[in-house]
Ligand binder design. Structure first.
Ligand SMILES: Nc1ncnc2c1ncn2[C@@H]1O[C@H](COP(=O)(O)OP(=O)(O)OP(=O)(O)O)[C@@H](O)[C@H]1O
Length: 729
């Protein structure tokens, strides 16, 4: 195989390099030697190449087959460079400057040759593709050649056989056959040469294909490197995807949270709108309420003005009413007397009115009159301010009393006295049974009612009560704790002489009461104490005078007193025929009742001296038995005929009391003390001249009473001795 067959020598390459492209430096520095040096250099390179190729003729084919084209050319260039360096050194000798210049020129030329080689390589790559395709077709051709070779070999064998046969047969035939065999052998030799050429070409193509494969491997490495980069980029892309997914998830969460917040915001907006509406409604309601409040204030102011006007008119009316009431009381007299006849007990509980009347010694000819049938032939008629028969009720009796209770609330001292023989109904009238209370409880109820009504108008007062018993001319406090404490005495001061705050009965217990229940409790306590004392003294309650006193105290300290007196029985001693203790009791009772009669008679006669001190009873009551007080004497009568004389005595006593005029009316506090006695004027003397009733009016009133009574002896102006006689009788 020729060394320059498929390869071009470096000297050829250098020869092919244009002279201009070798470099201007070579032209300038070696211009003089150019014609000489270049041919020598080229020849030297050719020599070296020839040597190189001769040394490595067999090796080159293997190297080409084993290595890549670049390696092969690199090695060739390196070795060529070495040859060139050696050639230069050979040409220029030891001149370093020339060696350097030549080396530079050579290197430049070598580089240019290398570039050309690279371009050649690129052309070879394209040629490789073409050769691979050609190799494929050559493979086919090779296969067909092999087939032809086999056929040729078979033909040669056949020719040899034919030649041998021919030799054996005939010479001509043998020659012809030999010629044919020679031709066949020639053809077979030609075929073998063609086959060898095809094999060589195929081998060269394989070498180039291997080089191309090496290039492909390098490209594959780059592809793999690029694949690694791509994988890394894919990892980064996957990480970016993962981060993006995470960000998306966070974004979704934030979006959900944002939507929830928006929903809450919308809800809050709705709530705020509702609250705004509610606030608006409340503002409207407040405005309405404010308007209503203003209207209410206006109404309240009008109501207050009306109330003040009402109160003013009420006070004015009260003053006028009191004035009228007092005028009425003056017309009626300061001592009023009424008579109450209890039912006839001897007729029995189921007796008819007619039967009771048959057994009764009392009749009622006219309203306010009473006729006592002492005997069949003697009857006596009496006239009082009021007369109540046996079928009268407690309420009817209280109607008579009510004006006095009103007067007490207006500031006057009042005394209610129940007078009569034992069993005539005094206690029933004053106290009464629980289910049908008498004057005391009703009077207190009325006082509570009046006080409550006046409190609404700003007039406030307190009410207190005391309970006192006069027994055998001794005073006992029925509300005191012990027996010693119960022993009391009455002040010796006369009417109108008590200092302010001084008590008529010092040490007497007063209990504040605010209701009827309080009063009933106090009465129960007093009754128990009275019963205990009566038992210890072996005495009956009817043998003592019982005083229930009620004190009304205003806020300014002014007060008035109401005495409710249940007097002891007024039996005549001669009739009772009692002795011993009972006689003593009877004498004490007589004494006190006589003293009461004397006081009334003195008041009636307008005597200068009123004998209050003749008994404890009159001493205690003196503040209510003087000119400025109001007295109601309730004469209780037993209707039985057997009691006629006692009834007559009681009626005479009551009649005389009815003649008494106590004098001008003044309020208790106008006299200076709670009892109204401190500066109270004497009942006699000036009182006569101060009476609101003129003598003519009194005479007319008395005349009218006499006329109504029809009997002169019912008399209204009986002498003082008659009262005393009535009690002593
Ligand atoms: N108006 C009346 N209606 C019905 N019963 C009466 C009436 N008055 C008195 N009585 C009855 O007559 C009886 C005697 O009455 P009472 O005890 O009140 O008399 P008195 O005068 O208080 O006697 P004493 O002096 O002994 O206390 C009693 O049983 C009483 O219930």
């Amino acid at each position: 195989m020729s060394s320059g067959g498929g390869q071009r020598r470096l000297s050829d390459l250098l020869s092919a390099v244009p002279r201009a492209s070798v470099g201007s430096s070579l032209d300038t520095t070696l211009a003089a030697d150019e014609e000489l040096l270049v041919p020598r250099l080229v020849a030297r390179i050719a020599e070296l190449e020839e040597k190189l190729y001769s040394d490595s003729a067999g090796h080159t084919a293997g190297a080409v087959a084993d290595g890549g084209l670049l390696d092969r050319f690199g090695g060739l260039l390196k070795r060529a460079q070495q040859g060139i360096d050696a050639g230069i050194s050979y040409v220029v000798g030891d001149s370093e400057a020339q060696q350097a210049q030549l080396s530079a020129v050579t290197k430049e030329a070598t580089a240019k040759a290398l570039l050309i080689t690279i371009k050649k390589l690129q052309g070879l790559k394209a040629e490789k593709q073409r050769l691979e395709e050609a190799a494929a077709s050559l493979e086919l051709e090779l296969e067909s050649a092999r087939t032809a070779l086999h056929e040729a070999q078979a033909a040669a064998s056949a020719a040899a056989e034919a030649e041998a046969a021919a030799r054996a047969a005939t010479t001509s035939d043998a020659q012809e056959a030999a010629a044919q065999a020679a031709a066949a052998a020639e053809a077979a030799a030609a075929d073998r040469r063609a086959l060898a050429d095809a094999t060589a070409a195929l081998e060269a193509l394989r070498v180039e294909a291997a080089a191309a494969q090496a290039d492909g491997a390098e490209a594959q490495q780059r592809v793999e490197a690029l694949g690694g980069q791509v994988a890394a980029l894919q990892d980064q892309l996957a990480a970016a995807h993962s981060a993006a997914a995470e960000l998306q998830r966070q974004l979704d969460g934030s979006r959900t949270e944002c939507e929830a917040l928006q929903a809450r915001l919308a809800q809050a907006d709705e709530e705020m709108a509702g609250e705004r509406a509610e606030a608006e409604a409340l503002r409207g309601a407040r405005a309405a309420l404010a308007q209503e409040l203003n209207e209410t204030k206006s109404r309240l102011e009008r109501a207050q003005a009306a109330a003040e006007d009402f109160q003013r008119r009420f006070l004015q009316e009260r003053l006028e009413r009191r004035k009228v009431h007092e005028q009425l009381q003056v017309l009626r007299g300061n001592i009023r007397v009424c008579c109450r006849v209890r039912p006839c007990l001897s007729a029995g509980a189921g007796a008819t009115a007619a039967t009771a009347q048959q057994q009764s010694s009392v009749s009622f000819p006219y309203p306010g009159s009473l006729c006592l049938h002492a005997t069949e032939r003697r009857q006596q008629e009496f006239e009082f301010d009021s007369v109540f028969s046996g079928d009268s009720s407690q309420a009817e009796v209280f109607d008579e009393v009510w004006p006095l209770i009103r007067s007490c609330a207006d500031g006057y001292n009042v005394c209610l006295l129940a007078y009569g023989q034992t069993g005539s109904g005094k206690t029933h009238t004053m106290m009464g049974p629980e289910q049908d209370p008498g004057l005391s409880v009703r009077a207190l109820q009325a006082l509570f009612d009046i006080t409550a009504t006046e409190a609404e108008g700003g007039h406030r007062r307190t009410i207190s009560v005391s309970m006192l018993e006069v027994y055998n001319e001794a005073l006992r406090d029925l509300l005191a704790a012990g027996a010693e404490a119960a022993k009391l005495d009455v002040s010796a001061m006369g009417a109108g002489q008590l200092a302010p705050g001084q008590e008529r009965v010092p040490g007497l217990t007063w209990r504040a009461v605010g209701s009827v229940a309080d009063v009933l409790a106090v009465l129960a306590e007093g009754s128990r104490n009275r019963a205990t004392a009566a038992t210890s003294m072996n005495a009956h309650s009817s043998r003592s005078h019982a005083l229930l006193s009620v004190r009304l105290t205003d806020e300014d300290g002014q007060s008035s007193v109401l005495h409710l007196v249940d007097l002891a029985g007024s039996e005549r001693i001669a009739k009772s025929e009692v002795v011993g203790q009972q006689l003593k009791e009877a004498q004490a009772i007589n004494k006190s009742l006589s003293a009461l009669g004397d006081v009334i008679a003195s008041l009636q006669s307008k005597s200068g001296h009123v004998p209050y001190r003749n008994s404890k009873l009159t001493q205690v009551l003196q503040d209510s038995l003087c000119g400025s007080s109001k007295v109601l004497l309730v004469c209780c009568i037993s209707p039985e005929a057997a009691s006629a004389q006692e009834s007559l005595s009681s009626l005479n006593f009551a009649s005389r009391a009815a003649q008494v005029e106590l004098g001008p009316i003044r309020k208790a506090n106008e006299q200076g003390t709670p009892g109204g006695a401190a500066r109270r004027q004497p009942a006699s003397g000036p009182a006569a001249g101060q009476s609101p009733l003129t003598p003519g009016a009194l005479a007319a009133a008395n005349g009218a009473r006499s006329k109504l009574a029809g009997t002169p002896q019912s008399g209204l102006k009986q002498p003082r001795s008659a009262l005393r006689d009535a009690n002593a009788h």
